[in-house]
Every structure is written in C-alpha cells, then in structure tokens.
Design a protein around this ligand. Structure first.
Ligand code: TYD
Ligand code: MG
Length: 425
C-alpha cells in the first residue's frame, strides 16, 4: 500500500519481519526423562495385523498400505477398522474410489456390524479433514491416497504434487489430533508404490500386501516400521466372507507338497520372531548342447543360489555346469535367510540325483564356501515348529550345543557332503 488507510499519509508504511525473539526457547529432554511407554499402542485384535504393526496401531501415526489392485487392501482395512471400532471407539473409513453402494455390499459380505464405524464418500482433502475434526475418530482409513486432492494445489489427483501435499496435510492431522491414519497406496507393475517415493519417507509405517491373484493367501509385511520390526510376516486367507487369519502358515504352505518327489525339501526358516516351514523345490535337467546353462530362481536370491551351486560342484563333485537349474520357494514366499542354504543345496542335489528326501525330514543350516555347515539362530523354535507339524527327523548343523530331543531325531552334520548323504540315503 502506498498510502496509510488510517492517517492517509503517503509512503509511511514500513515492512517489518516478525521478531524471532518472540518464539519460546526450546527445552530438550534427556533420554532418561522420556518414558518407554510414550507410545500408545492399540491392538485391534487381528493378530496377524497387530504383529506386523509392532503390537498395534499407534496414536498419531501415519501408515501406508501398498498393494496391487484386487489384492484385498480395502477388504483388510475395512475389517481392521471394524475390529478397531469394536474395541477402541470411533473409526472412519473414507472411500474415495468406491461408491457408498459398493462399500455397503462389501461390508455386508464381511458381516461388518460396528455402530462406531462410519464411512464417508469423499475425494476432497479439506472436507475429509473437517469431517475428522468434527467426528474425532481414533482411526481414519483413506482409500486411496491417489484418489484424493486438495484445491490448494493446481494439479490432477494422483499426481506427485497432489499426493505429496495430501500426505503432508494428513500427517499434520494425525499428529495434531492423535489419530491413526492409514493410507491405501496403489503399486505399479514393478511393485513400487505408485507416485512419489517421498510418501515412504513421510509416513511412519509402510506395509505391503502381497499375494498371487490365483491363490487365496495373502502376505502382509512391513517395509518400514518406526514402531517395530520389519521382519514380521502376517498371513491371511481370502475367503468368501473376507480375509481370515492363518495362524499356522507352515501347514498351509506345505499342504500341497508332493511327498516322495525328487527335488522337494522342507526348510525350517524364521520370519521375524516366528518359525515358518517352507518347501523349496529344484529342477535340474541337462542343458541343450552348446548353450549356456540356465539358472532361474524365484523366492531365493540368485547370487546366493549361484554360490551354493558352486559349492555343490566343487565340494560335492556334482557336475552342474552342463545342467539347467531352476529353484523356487513354493507359495510365492521369499526366503533370504542363510539357514535356507542347506534346503536349497539338498533340493538341487535331490533333483540332480533323482533321489527323494524322506518326507518327514526337515533341514536348515548355512553353507560356507569350503563346504562346511554353520550354526544358525533359533534352533529351538525351528525344531518346535517342525515337531508341531509332524516332522520326525531334522538335519542341522551340529558341532556343539545341540540339545537332544526325544520327539524328533536330530541328525547333526558338520559338512555339506555329510548332509547330502544323510538327506538322500
Ligand atoms: P479388494 O479389497 O477390493 O482389493 P483392493 O482394495 O486391494 O483393490 O478385494 C478384491 C478382491 O477380493 C476381489 O477380487 C474379490 C475378493 N474378495 C473375496 O474373495 N472375498 C471377500 O469377502 C471380499 C470382500 C473380496
Ligand atoms: Mg480397493
């Protein structure tokens, strides 16, 4: 303004920056002043979900759930919101993609009944925020972050700038109202969360929901978790009436195992704090003359497999150079534990020699480059799980400290060659 609107003087207005001194001084805490139970965790009672979350939903946190279209994200979160509402109070499910009718159909299919679960059909961020401020729910689900937009930003919903702006606004809302907000995010074909990577930095927890379209089970993992471990795995089964928890995944993953077939081995792995028995299969067949032999893996790291094949060639004298080798973990699972080494080696050897591993035998152990077997952690948990599923014999690394067990025969071995002998005899 050139002229003061009060005294009418010209050029009398001066620009002044707000004084920084007006801000109150900061008071950092010492670590001992912070109590451990500062986080307010609310288990929703869906154990497979709670465990992956690190014990339950934390107030004031922002969670991102990614997954391919049709995997069951909306189903999972509607069930979680219902379970939350039954225990803890108001929950709000914002559906920005589906109509109220579609939501109602799903809800009735899932048998969802909580009176404290509200749904809202809205895509405008500002209206969603005012609704949250009025209703004060403890949990808000936004399905999906790519479908909502704010008028403050002049670009289409789902664009990088829109998604980022909405995520930051929702983070503010989560912190200021101590509400847990779960965002649904679509992933693209490569499995990356569509939209900006910045989303993953901004949120407290990144979950991914995976599963093959043609199989009924679904895996929930945490790719990032500020409140817990990222090693936990949640297993669900998609049924007619929604997702059911799979409390004994080992049994599920082994249910279709071809007993007595060469190339199939059961390994006792750990997924986070939980033991998981998985079947590893290998197919070894002569490579076409003159071609480079193929090495294909699924669920097993290619480089790790290459090392194990090299050890089998060098230390166990197996001529794999002229053979194609395919290795896969059954059920779309991935194992990245060294303990699976012995299972991979035994599966390959079994297929190569055309001799099956006795079906009640389970194995685990890390393989070293000179063909030695190395101890792995959680021996007891692995054995307990194997025993629970009716396995009678376990081949494991054993130089020291292996406790005798009366329920399962332990076959401790020090070298890969001994393990192959024990496994294929
Ligand atoms: P949905 O939760 O809509 O997936 P997303 O939100 O990840 O896109 O679930 C999609 C699939 O799940 C759909 O193909 C149908 C199936 N489904 C069931 O098999 N049982 C059920 O009870 C429900 C609700 C869905
Ligand atoms: Mg959906």
């Amino acid at each position: 303004m050139g002229r003061c609107p009060i005294c009418q003087a010209w050029n009398s207005l001066e620009e002044k920056a707000e004084s920084k001194a007006a801000l109150p001084p900061l008071h950092p805490y010492t670590l001992s002043q912070l109590t451990e139970d500062d986080e307010d965790r609310k288990p929703v009672g869906v154990a497979e979900f709670d465990r992956v979350m690190g014990g339950g939903l934390v107030s004031g946190s922002l969670v991102l759930l990614g997954g391919e279209p049709g995997v069951g994200k909306s189903t999972l979160l509607l069930q979680v919101a219902d379970a939350y509402a039954k225990i803890w109070g108001e929950a709000l499910y914002v559906s920005a993609e589906e109509s109220a009718r579609q939501l109602r159909l799903r809800a009735s299919r899932l048998g969802i009944s909580s009176a404290r679960l509200s749904v809202l059909n809205e895509t405008k961020l500002d209206r969603i925020i005012s609704c949250v401020e009025a209703l004060r729910p403890g949990l808000v689900v936004i399905d999906s972050i790519q479908a909502i937009s704010t008028d403050d930003i002049d670009s289409v919903p789902g664009s990088v700038t829109q998604t980022r702006a909405c995520t930051y606004a929702l983070m503010q809302l989560a912190k200021s109202h101590a509400v847990t907000i779960v965002l649904v995010g679509h992933v693209n074909k490569q499995g990356a969360l569509a939209g900006p990577k910045v989303l993953e930095h901004a949120v407290d927890v990144v979950l991914s929901f995976e599963g093959e379209r043609h199989t009924a089970y679904r895996l929930l993992r945490a790719a990032k978790n500020r409140y817990g471990s990222t090693n936990e795995l949640g297993v669900f089964h998609m049924a007619e009436s929604g997702l059911e928890e799979v409390t004994n995944p080992s049994a599920l993953f082994l249910s279709e195992r071809p007993e007595g077939a060469a190339g199939s081995v059961v390994v006792a792995c750990m997924e986070g704090s939980r033991p998981l028995l998985v079947e590893i299969q290998a197919l070894v067949s002569p490579a076409p003359y003159g071609g480079t032999p193929r090495r294909q893996t699924s669920g097993v790291d290619r480089n790790r497999a290459a090392i194990i094949l090299a050890v089998l060639e060098k230390r166990a004298g197996m001529q794999l150079q002229s053979h194609d080798v395919y290795i896969s973990v059954v059920g779309g699972l991935a194992v990245d534990e060294p303990a699976a080494d012995l299972g991979i080696a035994l599966a390959v050897a079994s297929s190569f020699k055309g001799r099956h591993v006795e079906p009640r035998t389970v194995v685990f152990g890390e393989i070293g480059l000179v063909g030695e077997l190395r101890q792995v952690r959680h021996t007891d948990k692995r054995l307990t799980e194997a025993r629970k599923l009716g396995f009678q014999r376990c081949i494991l690394p054993g130089s020291l400290s292996v406790k005798r067990s009366d329920m399962i025969d332990l076959v401790p071995v020090n070298r890969l060659t001994e393990a192959l002998q024990a496994g294929l005899s």
